[in-house]
Design a protein around this ligand. Structure first.
Ligand SMILES: Cc1cc2nc3c(=O)[nH]c(=O)nc-3n(C[C@H](O)[C@H](O)[C@H](O)COP(=O)(O)O)c2cc1C
Length: 142
C-alpha cells in the first residue's frame, strides 16, 4: 500500500434514537477538528434519521477513522457504498462539510431519498448514480 494514495469511503447509516441538533453539531465540531489534524476531508448529510458520510484522505487515515465511526453507538446499520482509491478528492476544501436536514433544499432531500431507495432495491451498488450525487454536493457549501 502506497502511503499517499487518496482513498474515499462513503457510507449510509441510521441514527440510534433521536439525535438533537446540538448533539449533531457536537459530533460535527469534534469531527472537523480531528479530521483537519489528520488531513481528512468530506461531507456529512443528515436527513430523516439517516447519515450519509464521505471521508477522503490518506488510505490509512480513512481506514482508521471508519473503524472508530463503525463502533460509534449513536448510529447503526452502516452500509458502505464506495471504498477505494480515487484520483482526486470531491471535497478537498472542508475537513467535514456538514449539511443538516434544515439546510438541505427540497431537491437535495429528494436526491438523498432516491439514493437511499436505490441502495435498498439494487442488488449491486454499481449503478446508484453516486458520483453524480456527490458531484452536486461538491459544488455547494453548508
Ligand atoms: C455519523 C457520525 C459521523 C462521525 N464522523 C466523524 C468524523 O468525520 N471524524 C471524527 O473524528 N469523528 C467522527 N465521528 C465520531 C467518532 O465516531 C468518534 O466518536 C470520535 O472519533 C472519537 O473517537 P474516540 O472516542 O475513539 O477517540 C462521527 C460519529 C458519527 C455518529
Amino acid at each position: 500500500m502506497t502511503p499517499d494514495v487518496t482513498n474515499r469511503l462513503v457510507y449510509l447509516s441510521t441514527a440510534v434514537g433521536v439525535l438533537r441538533a446540538d448533539e449533531l453539531d457536537r459530533i460535527w465540531l469534534r469531527a472537523r477538528a480531528a479530521n483537519a489534524a489528520a488531513g481528512l476531508t468530506g461531507l456529512m448529510l443528515f436527513h430523516q434519521g439517516v447519515f450519509l458520510q464521505v471521508i477522503e484522505g490518506p488510505a490509512a487515515g480513512v481506514a482508521s477513522l471508519y473503524e472508530r465511526i463503525r463502533r460509534d453507538r449513536r448510529h447503526a446499520n452502516l452500509t458502505v457504498l464506495e471504498s477505494g482509491p480515487v484520483e482526486e478528492r470531491a471535497f478537498p476544501d472542508s475537513p467535514m462539510n456538514y449539511v443538516s436536514a434544515r439546510n438541505l433544499s427540497p431537491g437535495e432531500k429528494q436526491a438523498f431519498t432516491d439514493l437511499r431507495a436505490a441502495v435498498m432495491s439494487r442488488p449491486a451498488l454499481a449503478d446508484l448514480g453516486l458520483s453524480d450525487f456527490l458531484a452536486a454536493f461538491s459544488l455547494r457549501t453548508a
